[in-house]
Design a protein around this ligand. Structure first.
Ligand SMILES: Cc1ncc(COP(=O)(O)O)c(C=O)c1O
Length: 457
């Protein structure tokens, strides 16, 4: 009997070992298959046209192959940090650096350290209803997000929230469209003009006209708009792409202003006073770097306009993801908490971390550009930030780089050197300029600063 039990035990151990081996093999095979799938997805992605946000199909057909059209060139653009390859530049086939889009992955390392503090766990029974607060003008705004937004603006001192309605959107892109819908008269004889001073954010013309709405139409550069007709002027401050602080420019009395303040945060610009405009747009994409959560908010003075913007989102997407709103609320509250306790702990606040990183990157890109006669960058006046007390010039999320000398298509020129950027024409500006994202992961940024000074022709 004892022998039989001993035999059974041995059989069990052997069978367990075999099963473990099998499980390991399946997992291992799946990882390889997955890795293959990811690389195929990368190829598909390159062929898609995400309205200039990711890759442009045309461009990528060109960049997929190297200059001789034979070998494929590695592209240093990743969808997650774990997938980020550590590739050294140089050699026969330098990697393609994709800095065309403003994907804010540079803050990823900061959030990784936060762990539990900013982790949100949601049970399957939670956030089931469409409704958040039916007494509020924006009935799908989560109360937790509303208080987190108000608190953060107060802590930073970058916007007035008193006497404002908050409308939440799926990114500030949706709020942009909601604002156009709310501000364009629905019984007018023609569409409302929408303008912004060049160089303007390249998505404005696309978002204004892509549905060919009868309500509004893109009317171009606000600097040259002189029609005696009603208009909406987008004032982006600090501006995307060039980083300058802006005021409205149209000298008319029939205008309505929308202030896009996506970059009015202390890592990009000295905060001078709380912004106090009728309609102000903000987004977590650029403030905290959580572009994937797709959360933006509008601070709106007029109740009727806030109601119409809410109606737009109601018809468009019946509200905004509560999961995303609660995640955003948790992150905004964590930032406010850390700012409030800044003097009591050694932990670096988000705005300290992000300011230092932006300042370091701008120092490095200026050094790189100063080593060559081929390029130049804008200079910014020094001002004192009321939030941090630091005196500094703008540290924009994008470098508005000019190709000096003979080069008249800077985007194509840099593409030949395997640096993907967005050319000036997308922003209503000269093709001598390109916009380069400063918000990438470290390895892409490092390659950029190594490669720029090495370019000779
Ligand atoms: C000026 C400006 N406004 C709005 C947006 C869009 O933000 P969101 O990701 O919230 O849609 C961007 C994104 O790059 C931007 O630069």
């Amino acid at each position: 009997m004892a022998n039989f039990v001993f035999f059974l035990k041995n059989v069990l151990v052997v069978s367990l070992a075999m099963n473990m081996g099998l499980i390991w093999k399946i997992r291992h095979d799946n990882e390889e298959t997955l890795a293959y799938k990811w690389s195929s997805w990368g190829n598909i992605q390159q062929k898609l046209h995400f309205h200039g946000f990711c890759f442009n199909g045309e461009k990528n057909n060109r960049v997929e192959k190297d200059a001789h059209g034979s070998k494929t060139t590695p592209i240093l653009a990743t969808t997650s940090s774990s997938a980020a390859p550590s590739v050294a530049d140089g050699g026969e086939s330098p990697v393609i650096i994709n800095l065309d889009h403003g994907d804010p992955t540079m803050y990823e390392n900061f959030w990784k350290q936060k762990g539990e503090e900013t982790t949100v766990v949601t049970s399957s029974w939670q956030h089931i209803s469409y409704f958040s607060d039916i007494k509020n003008v924006c009935w799908f705004l989560e109360p937790g997000l509303m208080s987190a937004i108000k608190r953060l603006h107060k802590v930073v001192g970058n916007a007035v929230t008193e006497g404002r309605h908050i409308v939440v959107g799926t990114g500030s892109s949706q709020l942009y469209q909601a604002a156009l819908y709310a501000l364009s008269p629905h019984n007018a004889s023609g569409p409302m003009n929408v303008v912004s001073a060049a160089p303007f954010y390249s998505s404005y013309p696309l978002m204004t006209d892509y549905l060919k709405s009868g309500l509004h139409k893109w009317a171009g550069d606000a600097n040259v708009f002189n029609k005696q007709e009603p208009y909406i002027e987008l004032v982006t401050s600090p501006n995307n792409p060039d980083g300058f602080t802006r005021q409205d420019v149209v000298k008319g009395d029939k205008g309505i202003l929308v202030h896009d303040l996506a970059y009015y945060w202390p890592q990009y610009t000295p905060i001078l006073s709380p912004a106090d405009y009728d309609i102000m747009l903000f987004t977590v994409s650029k403030s905290t770097g959580h572009a994937g959560s797709r959360i933006g908010w509008a601070l709106v003075k007029d109740r009727e306009i806030a109601k119409k913007m809410t109606t737009f989102i109601e018809i468009n997407t019946i509200g905004v993801s509560k999961d995303s709103q609660n995640r955003a609320a948790k992150i905004l509250q964590a930032i406010s908490d850390s700012c409030d306790h800044a003097n009591q702990t050694d932990a670096e606040t988000f705005f300290d971390y992000s300011y230092k990183l932006m300042a370091q990157r701008w120092k490095e890109i200026r050094e790189a550009v100063n080593k060559t006669e081929l390029f130049s960058l804008p200079n910014f006046p020094l001002e004192t930030c009321s939030f941090s007390g630091r005196t500094f010039g703008q540290l924009p999320a994008f470098a508005w780089l000019k190709c000096e000398g003979e080069v008249d298509d800077c985007e194509s020129f840099l593409r030949r050197h395997k640096i993907l950027t967005r050319g000036g024409k997308h922003f209503g500006a000269s093709m001598n300029y390109v916009r380069i994202s400063m918000l990438s992961r470290e390895n892409e940024f490092k390659l950029l600063t190594q490669r720029l000074p090495a370019i000779t022709c």
